[in-house]
Write a protein that binds this ligand. Structure first.
Ligand code: OGA
Ligand code: NI
Length: 197
């Protein structure tokens, strides 16, 4: 476990974007994807806002993904397995990097065909509790024409990351602007934030 945590953390230290393959054990990733698909089929997903629900028409020009918040209260085995893994990761991060993370929040995200999320920072201007962003992709067989890359804006370059099953991404919420390019097929992930409250 600690090996994969260190892979993510070390590549974050080297490149400002941590990337690890198979951060989620394969069977857990599969169960989470099935859980996501079942919730979506049951119409449990909602259009995501951008922090100001009054501007919902404008929001859809900024992002068109749909989300469902994970919650320990759901008593779902796979959501709970995921939280257990994140608890281990957070305590490893806090003990090795003195990050002082005190909590987290995660949602499933489903980008239907034609969806996107324009360039943004994950930290709200009015609330800086989100310290680190983390995205875990759940899409087997992602190919170049499928689009839907995560585009990260570095100082003098951009970096595109395909949302391929097993890939996990980790970066500082206040620093790195990023966008999700238009996807040509449904795109599934778990996205969340490690917080200091
Ligand atoms: C977000 C986000 C990126 C992705 O939800 O804030 O930037 O690759 N997601 O899904
Ligand atoms: Ni984001």
């Amino acid at each position: 476990m600690h090996t994969i945590f260190n892979t993510l953390i070390n590549s974050f230290i080297d490149n400002n974007v941590g990337i690890a393959q198979n951060f989620l054990p394969e069977t857990l990733a599969l169960h989470l994807k099935e859980n996501l698909a079942a919730l979506y089929a049951n119409k449990e997903f909602r259009h995501a806002g951008t922090g100001n629900d009054v501007l919902s028409v404008k929001n859809k020009l900024v992002r068109s993904d749909m989300i469902y918040w994970l919650d320990k209260k759901h008593n779902n085995q796979y959501e709970n397995d995921f939280f257990e893994l994140m608890d281990l990761f957070v305590s490893h991060l806090n003990s090795t990097c003195y990050t002082g993370i005190t909590g987290y929040e995660f949602h499933y995200a489903l980008y239907e065909t034609g969806s996107f999320y324009t360039k943004h920072l994950d930290q709200f201007r009015t609330n800086d509790s989100r310290k680190y962003s983390m995205i875990l992709y759940l899409n087997p067989d992602w190919k170049k024409p499928d689009g839907g890359e995560l585009r990260i804006f570095h100082n003098n370059s951009t970096q595109d990351i395909a949302p391929l099953n097993g890939t996990s991404v980790f970066f500082k919420s206040s620093e790195l602007e990023h966008e999700v390019l238009l996807t040509n097929k449904p795109r599934m992930s778990i996205t969340g934030w490690l917080k200091v409250d």
